[in-house]
Design a protein around this ligand. Sequence first.
Ligand code: NAD
Length: 436
Amino acid sequence: MRIMVIGLGYVGLVAVAGLAKAGYQITGVDINIKKINSLNNGKIDIYEPGLKEVIDEARLNQRISFKNIAEIKNIDCGIVIICVGTPSRPDGAADLSQVEYTIEWIKERTINSLTIIMKSTVPPGTGELLYKKYLAGFSYKINYISNPEFLREGQALKDWFYPDRIVIGGNNNKAIEEVSALYDSLNARIVKLDITSAELIKYAANAFLATKISFINEIACLCDCLGADINSVATGIGLDNRIGEGFLKAGIGYGGSCFPKDVRALNFLSTINGHNFELLRATIIVNSRQRLLPVQKLRSYLGNLVNKNIAVLGLTFKPGTDDIRESPSLDIIRLLLDEGANVSIYDPIRKNLNINLFRKDQIRFGKNILDTVKGTEAVVVATEWDQFIDTNWSEIKIVMNEPFLIVDGRNCLDPCIINNCGFIYSGIGRAKAHER
Ligand SMILES: NC(=O)c1ccc[n+]([C@@H]2O[C@H](COP(=O)([O-])OP(=O)(O)OC[C@H]3O[C@@H](n4cnc5c(N)ncnc54)[C@H](O)[C@@H]3O)[C@@H](O)[C@H]2O)c1
């Protein structure tokens, strides 16, 4: 069976890889010509471990082709999967312009009945609305299925091949079964339901996980007041099966291309539907506050930050990805620059920043960790890359200047090791005893 996947970002490329591996013939389509050219030259423009290997194998087996949208005149396959972006609008709502453009584009080109699978994250109610607006009564029968994606960047292939569940929402049983069959090769639990409920599962899951993070960050603040250690407290909480150990890492908060925008969109949707989702608002407020903590800590140890040299280790919103969308690190760098600090940066994967975000002369990219921290008074660890955890901190100390401050925004370092190397260690909610 031939399938078209539209939008070849983190989600689309993984869908292409996973479905090609299951034996389907896939056409991957994107609006970005540069991306298509590089895919056709065997290159992948995102960092996702293992993805290139699976795509290369599918290419060798002639299971995939990549095309720019302008090259597609007719759509004659039975299934089209939409994986385009749904970023935030300034008011917090999800911007659905890419999705709507894509549905109109499909309509103009389809020459047979087909099933549209929506993998992009769209707010609850969107599928029903899109169906009424664009698809009902169209000359070819078009089924609409909501099939939200739950993959995590950095382990996206594992999540595709071993999902916790697959959610399929639709109002036509035949189409639900057709989509369900795509995943026959996976040993996955499939949840079949209506479109709006499927859409809400995606938002509710992200909102719950984001809330768990903000909750543990609140407990971390309490730890700072009481002199307790949040990492030990989180372990003790997480061992309770009813709670679970995931998403209990205190730090500078969640970022990335999903949680922030999806939580904002759910908040917006709740408000316009007449529900004041207070818990979600608190989640957002706590998350914004956490990003300020490293700068507050730097100020409390260094005084004002004008002309202070500060290294920021980590740009991506988490390890294992090159994605910097809504990364807390960017906010921290921005605040440091506002305060007049000189900022040097290092990330093991992400080697550049969109220059619109910062003026080039305001920051320096180090060649490696040592080069980045050289001559600095303080280091902020903003992403918990293994490279930072495993680094030789004694060597770091030699090239730094007083007061040798390490602000561990991810609580990923061992405070004893850092203290023993002669640093001041300051984590988020870690026992004050460490902060000598
Ligand atoms: N990134 C994740 O971890 C993740 C996880 C689950 C769900 N999602 C959701 O999946 C969707 C896609 O996310 P992503 O991170 O892959 O986005 P992305 O920005 O990495 O990729 C989107 C792709 O769509 C392309 N595109 C935009 N308009 C197009 C059009 N009209 N025709 C063809 N291509 C077009 C873009 O060029 C881009 O390559 C979003 O709704 C997101 O919320 C993302």
